[in-house]
Design a protein around this ligand. Structure first.
Ligand code: BGC
Length: 893
């Protein structure tokens, strides 16, 4: 075999989307790998995967747990384990090799690992304990430690410490769940923290969402007193084992954290620190015995494959001002989620107060209205010993400004650092174009999205909510997926949705249901289908559809009980937050609900068909048809969708809604003879009535740009998106926004004016999908097929985007010169592309790929085997391409 042509070994080996996870509890984990090849146009023809119970075996190519043999398949994503039973606490090794479509085999990949957690309740020898915010246990190890694991959960939050050190770098762990249903535990490799002789393990506990402040218990679900469960399994070099488990022999005490609350902040009295409490030799004779606590009801579930919250960045303040005597306001120049680090020295007992805010009053003091009842205040009481450094542990804030009062002396810019904290999710997308405003909107969306990933997708990070509002999340999910690797984050949240479903099949507006809002508004409830669907489309995840099929069908059947003549007579929020309003006066709620109902029912039918549930597929297809007919019968009047005046408040005269005209176009339910007039009226309204501005809330906004692209009006989208007058994203930026607002207005005097909401961030997909032109194809999920269809609009001279997908890197990058356009495309190995080359009205276009002409005199020139011609459209020429990198250049004469 010619060495040059040999496929390279697979890379980026993932098990359940994770790199070498430890402590996981998925009994049939799925494996994915990426392929590289020096040749273009290569597919995987076959693979072989080995799973071994020991490193020796895997090195010797012995798959004693599972040897797939040579499997003829192009599947390189989510290959499901089908070997021997996996056991609690065991480490398994795996590797894979592949054959390309010419039959050449690659070398084996690197050896990857996965380790199982505690798979059954009996594996837990530890007990839940509490009785203080500090828990400790001293123990002696008499032998050399080979390997040690700690399995821990602490509710609401814990910090695990061994021999004076914090274990790992996770913050605000475990992730939020409904603790009556699921409690996540975390597995740490603690081998290096232990030693022969005396060791001390300490746990600090925070309230989190478990122990809710009494005055919030009316609305927020309260669970109980903080508690922890911990089990350390130690394997010694001589082959023996020992367990250290939380039980009544542990000691408990109160610590320096006097109060902690996610909304109100933390009060920390450094004088109450118990020096050395988590190190050997400490005298704990004054400590109480720990209390045995009840299990919370929730099942202990491994969080191993879910992404963790971490400190991801530090920000220096850009200024510090002194608007009033002894009041200092630090500006970080960026709205974000997290907290600050305070560096201070002064007399013991001095109380430094840090108040967090998103915006300022005209006099330069902080405006805390957007926080509502969240006190968002950290208080640090000095010990009085040299330089003291403080960061809160069990709270977080959404802010750009911090007001410091009580500081001993005059603080300088060096006394505070911004600590950016959120779920640490890999940024997998990048976008850049020649329009700076668009780049800024994109940047604000990235900050906004990050601030709202806090183990669940939140609505906002600053006020007394920070909840998993499902409408916000599902409407921005595609944006999130284009920018970040969301696979495991959403997998966790979809499970949260599943366990939140009630017996009557209803699901709530917020998940986990810390606010018990059942049943969800139909737009919000749609998350139960939209998010699994995207996981399927973008990550090729079929299992999530199988596992959640009953949830989805249940929810649809629940909605069925709320219809009259197929119109969904149930709504709570409608097209939430259009310009000037919270609830839309221009868009009838029932119409939004019914359109969403149609979307969900037709998607359910499609999923049923895919999963081979043909009866359901037909049943829901029929239902979708009936909803469509009913909707058109009621709302389609003459040449556009309007709502019934008499059903309206008589003082409202506007009867045109952009939203109820956008969605039918998007969903393809407009009868063909009316399509043109519906589009025309929509364009008229956008362009003439609103001078290229939206008049939509979160629902209409989500679908507007996809719809305009679909019908050939990307130019109109571009004009709307690059507005700087109200209402627009550019307007927010002009008014100083560094994230996205909840409302189209600035509003300094209302509690409904979060300055860091993500629900209007759906616009970001226009940059990727329409401008750079990277699109998935739902019939070939997981980017098996990629549609590259860039739009050269407005004054744009270039746009580029890249996505690190489950199959590898996708790039689309174009730039235009006077008489030419260049388009660079990269398609991962084992994927194929359909490329639309824009003709930008060039005369007699000649297209080259690299140095070779592929289109001339209006004809395809078959020069390159990886490129085949599909068809010519008015503005594009369409080719099929194989994997690899291509440089297309169109030149006019
Ligand atoms: C939240 C939202 C949510 C809405 C629904 C608000 O308070 O912040 O973003 O979608 O309520 O009513």
């Amino acid at each position: 075999m010619d060495g040059e042509l040999c496929p390279e070994s697979p890379v980026d080996l993932l098990c359940e989307y994770s790199v070498d996870p430890i402590g996981m509890d998925v009994l049939k984990p799925r494996f994915s790998w990426k392929l590289r090849h020096r040749e273009r146009g290569r597919m995987q023809m076959a693979y072989q995967l080995l799973v071994s119970s020991s490193e020796e075996n895997i090195i010797r190519d012995i798959g004693d747990m599972w040897d797939t043999g040579k499997v003829i398949s192009d599947c390189s994503v989510n290959v499901e384990y089908a070997g021997k039973n996996l056991e609690s606490g065991k480490i398994y090794f795996w590797k894979v090799r592949w054959w390309d479509d010419k039959g050449h085999v690659s070398p084996w990949s690197r050896i990857a690992k996965f380790e199982m957690g505690l798979l059954s309740l009996e594996d837990w020898k530890a007990k839940w304990i509490g009785g203080g915010k500090l828990l400790r246990k001293s123990f002696i190890l008499r032998k050399k430690v080979k390997q040690a694991r700690a399995y821990i959960s602490g509710l609401g939050y814990y910090e695990l410490r061994i021999n004076g050190q914090k274990v790992g770098d996770y913050q605000l762990d475990p992730g939020w769940t409904d603790y009556e249903k699921i409690v996540l535990y975390t597995t740490y490799d603690v081998t290096v923290y232990l030693k022969e002789g005396e060791n001390v393990v300490g746990v600090m506990l925070g309230n989190g969402r478990y122990n809710v402040k009494p005055y919030r218990r009316g609305s927020h679900k309260h669970y109980g007193e903080p508690r922890a469960i911990l089990q350390i399994k130690i394997d010694f070099a001589d082959g023996s084992q020992e367990f250290i488990v939380s039980d009544e022999t542990w000691k408990a005490a109160d610590g320096p954290i006097i109060d902690d609350d996610i909304y109100d902040g933390e009060i920390y009295d450094a004088r109450l620190e118990k020096d050395g409490w988590d190190t050997p030799g400490y005298d704990d004779s004054t400590w109480r015995n720990a209390k045995i606590m009840e299990q919370t009801g929730g099942k202990l579930v491994s969080g191993a494959t879910f992404p963790k919250i971490r400190v991801v960045k530090m920000l220096q303040p850009v200024s510090v001002r002194n608007p009033k005597p002894n009041i200092y306001v630090f500006d970080f120049g960026q709205n974000f989620s997290g907290w600050v680090r305070l560096i201070v020295s002064g007399p013991g007992g001095t109380e430094v107060r840090l108040r967090y805010a998103e915006i300022l009053n005209p006099d330069g003091t902080i405006n805390i209205k957007p926080n509502r009842t969240a006190k968002a205040t950290d208080i640090y009481i000095l010990k009085g010993e040299g330089i003291e450094v403080y960061e809160p542990r069990f709270t977080y804030h959404g802010f750009r400004y911090v007001e410091v009062s009580g500081f001993p002396g005059v603080p300088s810019i060096d006394n505070l650092q911004g600590i950016v904290v959120h779920t640490d999710i890999e940024l997998t997308g990048s976008f850049l174009c020649s329009n700076q405003l668009i780049n800024n909107i994109h940047k604000n969306i990235i900050w906004g999205q990050r601030s709202n990933l806090m183990s669940i997708p939140t609505d906002c990070p600053q006020r007394d909510e920070r909840l998993g509002w499902m409408g916000d999340a599902q409407l921005s999910a595609e944006e999130a997926i284009y920018n970040f690797n969301m696979a495991t984050f959403y997998t966790k949240w979809v499970r949260d949705i599943k366990v939140a479903q009630k017996e009557d099949e209803s699901i709530p507006d917020v998940v986990p249901p810390y606010w018990s809002l059942y049943p969800a508004d139909p737009v919000y409830g749609a998350a139960c289908i939209i998010i699994p669907w995207y996981l399927y489309v973008y990550y090729g995840d079929r299992r999530i559809l199988e596992e959640n099929y009953d949830v989805i069908r249940g929810w649809v059947d629940f909605l069925n009980t709320k219809t009259e003549d197929h119109i969904l007579k149930f709504s709570k929020y409608g097209d939430w937050c259009p310009p000037g309003q919270i609830k839309s006066p221009y868009t009838p709620d029932e119409a939004v609900s019914t359109l969403c109902y149609y979307e969900v029912v037709s998607l359910l039918s499609k999923i049923a068909r895919m999963l081979g549930k043909i009866d359901d597929a037909n049943k829901y297809a029929d239902l979708a048809e009936k909803i469509k007919e009913a909707f058109n019968r009621i709302y389609l009047k003459e040449d556009y969708y309007m709502f019934l005046k008499d059903a309206l408040d008589p003082i409202l005269s506007i009867t045109y809604s952009q939203t109820i005209n956008i969605l039918p176009l998007y969903l393809d339910i407009v009868p063909s003879d009316k399509r043109e007039s519906v589009i025309k009226k929509l364009l008229d309204n956008l362009i003439v009535t609103h001078d290229y501005h939206i008049n939509t809330g979160i629902v209409g906004t989500r679908y507007l740009f996809d719809t305009l692209t679909k019908y050939g009006y990307a130019e109109v989208s571009y004009k709307i998106i690059t507005q700087t007058t109200y209402p627009s994203w550019g307007y927010m930026i002009k008014e100083g926004a560094t994230t996205l607002w909840e409302r189209w207005e600035y509003l300094s005097d209302s509690g409904m004016n979060s300055h860091n909401h993500i629900m209007l961030g759906s616009v970001d997909t226009f940059f990727y999908k329409t401008l750079a032109g990277i699109n998935a194809d739902p019939s070939n999920p997981g980017f098996e097929k990629i549609i590259i269809k860039p739009h050269v609009v407005g004054d744009l001279t270039h746009a580029s985007a890249s996505l690190k997908t489950i199959r590898g890197l996708i790039v689309s990058k174009w730039w235009r010169e006077d008489n030419s356009l260049t388009l660079e495309v990269t398609i991962p190995v084992n994927s194929r592309g359909e490329v639309y080359i824009p003709l930008i009205a060039l005369k007699n276009p000649v297209i080259k790929e690299g140095e070779k002409v592929i289109w001339k005199d209006d004809k395809f020139v078959q020069e390159i085997p990886e490129i085949t011609f599909i068809k010519k459209e008015e503005n594009h020429i369409i080719f099929n391409i194989g994997s690899g990198s291509y440089v297309f250049r169109v030149v006019g004469s």
